[in-house]
Write a protein that binds this ligand. Sequence first.
Ligand SMILES: Cc1ncc(COP(=O)(O)O)c(C=O)c1O
Length: 402
Amino acid sequence: MKFSSLVNRIAGEGVDAWHIHSAALAAAERGEDVIVLSVGDPDFATPEPITEAAVRALRAGDTHYTVIPGREALRIAIARQHVERCGQLVGAENVIVTSGAQNALYSVTQCLLETGDEVLVPEPMYLTYEASIRASGATLVPVPVDADNNFRINLSALQAAITPRTRAIYLATPCNPTGVVMRLEELQTIAKLAQAHDLWVVSDEVYAELTFEQAHVSIATLPGMAERTVTISSLSKSHAMAGWRLGWAVAPVPLIDHIANLLLCMLYGIPGFVQEAALEAIAQRGVVVPAMRAEYRKRRDIAFKLLGDVPGLHCRLAEAGMFMLIDIRDTGMSANDFTWGLFRQTGVSVLDAQAFGPTARGFLRLGFVVGEERLTEACQRIATFVDTVMQARENLAVRVEA
Ligand SMILES: Cc1ncc(COP(=O)(O)O)c(C=O)c1O
């Protein structure tokens, strides 16, 4: 039987890197002593009052269809927290509730792009961008960031990649996998380019609440950008709610209306009890988010301290989020061989960061997704593994010399 050409456009290429994650989950299920650091879903449970709100709603019979763009009270709450978080003046009419940031990203993309369009995306990038953009028929143009400059965006490369077909720039700040937070000056340059070439900017800000030392800036707040920017976010990372699938897009009203039409045929509304939990989550933001941020920061510092001085490794200090990139090129191993060797010998699973783009070749992505004790144990196992690798390399060099 025949399929549409869409099936080829959405078949991802970066899936191989995830095999290690599946292997780790299978080993954990068999009761083996594994430490899974290969995913962006932390060990925290969703805070109790949020879960309680969902349970209350379910018990009260909140199990019917809901309005497509999201309940008014939730859209108002999201708009208010957006104003509070980044300062862009928006109302409920600028908000559409989606099934996680991923669904927002996909839906926005289908409403903005079509065959023949080009989209610039700094690379390495979050894995689902490729299929989401290709589904629309548009071409993803990866723009390598500067790995030697701590994975900061290369603005000249971005400018050079603009053609008459360019319709949009997608960016994630803070970035997964690099943990980089874009600076005001970088965003100002991107904003100038967007205005000069009449481009949309889609700004994925799912980690915006989890910045450590750097202040997060939303590009939508820069002069002239509100009408051409879509800001995407969710509760997955900031409130440990990945499995609830609750996210949103903040955008100009005409785009919100188009997305609502798409979501009518894709989702037919987000479950009411999930929306009630989301409302409670936003009400609890002042308590939940600082605690989450402090925990990630503590974990980042532990991982950096334990691995930062290990000969053979070069860790990049993440500015935000739940991941750290580690340069393992001095070990002489490919990141793929390293991740599998590490997993087989120690039970620790991390990802080959090249899955996020060729610029991250030779780097691992380690997630701070387990508690202090297990993270410390994982880092010790990694250090021991690297020590063995470096020792073997030295012995080999000695033998070759002899
Ligand atoms: C940069 C980035 N964008 C979007 C998502 C998807 O988030 P959600 O769970 O809200 O769909 C993730 C999840 O890891 C991410 O890292």
